[in-house]
Design a protein around this ligand. Structure first.
Ligand SMILES: [Zn+2]
Length: 192
């Protein structure tokens, strides 16, 4: 499942097919527009250079933390301090609304800039931790991909970002490796 925070981390794109191509999309207008639209956030595009470098720093820290948590580590005091600093950069106001016949109370972002966007990303990540679901943070097991995602499957066994892409690719690779091994064994057998 794609979330606000995983989508942000995955702005660092790597070619899952194994060409070793990679691309940091954070400074691209196309990515910035996509991201704001996808998550219904507002900020100026293009983001200026200084902002982009702050966003990258924030992203890399969040990425590093996701990897650690996916390996079963606990949230450290350092992590907590870091997330709180990010949360405080985006002020919100409470707002009561109606949705059909239900009433909701939500938080409306006060600013329309990338600091606010980062605070929303940190808040979404914090919700993941608060709901006790840090154990569902995953890194795609295709070594060429390493996409960060949230495992929302019932049995918590999702290994790849997408079964259709990385899942299939790894299946093919395993099959080829097995066949190669069998062939090698056969050839050795003939030599004896
Ligand atoms: Zn993948």
């Amino acid at each position: 499942m794609e979330t606000l925070w995983s989508d942000f981390i995955n702005s660092k794109w790597r070619d899952w097919r194994g060409s070793e191509r990679s691309e940091d999309r954070m400074n691209q207008e196309k990515w910035q527009n996509y991201y704001l639209q996808q998550w219904r956030l507002k900020a100026p595009v293009p983001a200026d250079e200084e902002t982009v470098s702050e966003m990258r720093e924030f992203r890399d820290r969040l990425h590093e933390m996701s990897i650690r948590l996916s390996e079963g580590a606990a949230v450290s005091d350092d992590d907590l301090g870091f997330l709180n600093t990010m949360l405080h950069t985006g002020p919100v106001r409470r707002q009561l609304d109606t949705e059909g016949d239900k009433m909701t109370i939500g938080l409306v972002p006060l600013r329309e800039d990338w600091d606010q966007v980062m605070a929303e990303v940190a808040a979404d990540f914090a919700h993941t931790l608060v709901n006790g679901e840090a154990g569902r943070i995953r890194i795609c097991e295709n070594p060429d991909c390493r996409w960060v995602f949230y495992d929302d499957t019932r049995n918590r066994t999702k290994k790849y970002c997408e079964d259709k892409t990385c899942g299939n690719l790894m299946k093919v690779r395993r099959f080829r490796a097995k066949r190669k091994k069998e062939q090698e064994e056969q050839e050795h057998g003939q030599e004896d």
